[in-house]
Design a protein around this ligand. Structure first.
Ligand code: NAD
Ligand code: 6OD
Length: 500
């Protein structure tokens, strides 16, 4: 990241400061409180992040509320759509800065940032620029006793100030996935990015200013969750609705906060996703797809596969080929072209993942590969690395099989019938995503309709069309976003009845 107004570089200091973005300007915390941001791959210091207290959160919410009545209120849908495209172009213009910021935030291989995660930020703005222009309203002719009738029609209005609470695993993609529809629908936002990933949210403030988004429309406050910026934001009475991506138990806390004032919520939360591999599947495609779905982003993808169910005749072959695939991954410095496997986000998360590696062993797993920490040279040894890991032989109620780990690991289990595979896939409190691997189209449709998840991929994984409904069932989420479905949350539908 190069821009001095995003990262303040005092002449006498060798670290940077990530500031809040409030009412169109970068801001420090009044009490001077900061916390450290470290690079996941070698634990080196990126900089200090300002921690918002109630004062900064209040200032951001006030700015967002005031902006609803400022020039933003007079911007037509067409103009807003153009502005969203301008934001996308602004991101593209500063592409390298966003890649750098995301790279410092997550430590994943640079190629992944530049080919997938950063371009998706701009794509989110483009997609919702189109969506808002193409929404039809509904109208009904209503009979009345006098015979003259009435017309009922609906209009959509922005909901107001939206609190956006986002996670660290794909920070720019997931933050813009919420900010783009919120703004495209005419709301204003206060974003609380994850404490682990402050970079891109702050940088986006610069782009908002560059392209002329009115001040107060987009605001960012940094900090933690409980007793910090996250809780202060979700508890704030002038936040009209909250959109959240993160862990299910955080969702519970946020829902309690939203209950005061009965504010609306949209939740995208955890998963314990399955993959169902039938014996007739094309195993080359299976191995390629599962390798991505288990190990991409070091397994830190909400849609990622942690439970692989394989029809018995091909079980041994799939296990052997997945072992080879896992062992061919190359951890290393994320700037090196050959590196295709990155670290976990933090030392703290590494402790959590390693605790599941230990539990798996204690609960009787056969460790097919991995189970520990890779041996890396020099400074990389200080990073939050773990080995890609595969287990077999665990019971269905073992904790690594039931609980979301969010690391580069999976359990592979055999099944004998379609019914059994569906029952195992559904044996979880989560319901985010699944993938079904078979060359039998009838079976693919049949099984897809019976796995209790919000998102099913057949012979693919994470193949996204931004117009489709995205979200989870059971404890994986509340509501759907994506395409016109986002309008259900980001707008208020009002009915107008005209007596003729
Ligand atoms: P997290 O729940 O720990 O944190 C997410 C955000 O919530 C952070 O900004 C955090 O500071 C904030 N937060 C924490 N406690 C809070 C509180 N009490 N009040 C207000 N804000 C609070 O999640 P994470 O560890 O950042 O991300 C990983 C989790 O996110 C995994 O469970 C993963 O499955 C889930 N996730 C889900 C999706 C999806 O689309 N369903 C997408 C990505 C990640
Ligand atoms: O692709 C998306 O829109 C999306 N929300 C992806 C989520 C990835 C979770 O880690």
């Amino acid at each position: 990241m190069k821009d001095a107004s995003v990262i303040d570089r005092p002449a006498n200091a060798d670290v940077t400061t990530f500031r809040h973005f409030i009412d169109g300007a970068m801001a420090l915390s009044a009490d001077g409180k900061t916390f450290e941001k470290r690079r996941p791959f070698d634990n080196s210091l990126v900089g200090n992040v300002c921690e918002a207290g109630r004062n900064e959160v209040d200032a951001a919410v006030k700015a967002a509320k005031a902006a609803l009545k400022g020039p933003w209120a007079g911007v037509s849908v067409e103009e807003r759509s153009d502005m969203m495209r301008a934001v996308a172009d602004g991101i593209d213009k500063r592409f390298d800065d966003f890649v750098e910021a995301e790279f410092n935030d997550t430590g994943q291989p640079r190629s992944m940032m530049s080919h997938a995660f950063v371009p998706r930020g701009a794509a989110n703005f483009k997609s919702f620029a189109d969506v808002v222009k193409s929404v039809a309203g509904e109208a009904f002719q209503t009979p009345t006793p006098d015979g003259a009738g009435a017309i009922n029609y609906s209009i959509r209005k922005p909901k107001g100030v939206i609190g956006v609470i986002s996670p660290w695993n794909a920070p720019f993609l997931l933050m813009t996935w919420k900010v783009a529809p919120a703004l495209a629908c005419g709301n204003t936002v206060v974003v609380k990015p994850s404490e682990e990933t402050p970079g891109t949210a702050t940088l986006l403030g610069e782009v908002m200013n560059d392209v002329g988004i009115p001040k107060g429309v987009y605001n960012v406050v940094h900090g933690f969750g409980p007793d910090s910026a996250g809780a202060f934001l979700t508890e704030h009475p002038d936040v009209d609705a909250i959109t959240f991506t993160g862990e299910t138990r955080t969702g519970t806390a946020i829902m309690k906060a939203a209950a005061v004032g009965t504010r609306d919520v949209s939740f995208e939360m955890g998963g314990k996703n399955s993959a169902l591999v039938f014996a007739d599947a094309d195993l080359d495609k299976v191995v390629e797809g599962l390798t991505r779905s288990i190990f991409l982003n070091c397994g830190q993808v909400c849609l990622g596969t942690e439970r692989v169910l394989v029809e018995r005749p091909v079980f041994d072959e799939v296990v052997a080929r997945m072992k080879a695939a896992a062992e061919s991954l190359r951890p290393g410095h994320p700037e090196d072209k050959g590196t295709n496997f990155g670290p976990l986000i933090s030392q703290e998360h590494r402790q959590k993942v390693l605790s599941y590696y230990a539990k798996a062993e204690a609960e009787g797993a056969t460790i097919v590969t991995g189970g520990g920490v890779p041996d890396l040279p020099g400074e990389l040894a200080n990073g939050s690395w773990v080995q890609p890991t595969i287990w077999t032989g665990l019971a269905d109620d073992a904790s690594p099989v039931r609980e979301e780990i969010f690391g580069p690991c999976c359990h592979i289990r055999p099944f004998d019938t379609e019914e059994e595979a569906i029952a195992i896939a559904n044996n979880t409190e989560y319901g985010l995503a699944t993938s079904i691997w078979t060359e039998n189209l009838s079976r693919a449709h049949r099984v897809a309709g019976q796995v209790d998840v919000g998102i099913t991929w057949v012979n693919s994984w994470f193949l996204r069309d931004l117009r489709t409904p995205f979200g989870g069932s059971k404890q994986s989420g509340i509501g759907r976003e994506g395409g016109v479905h986002s309008l259900e949350f980001y707008t208020e539908l009002r009915n107008i009845c005209v007596k003729l």
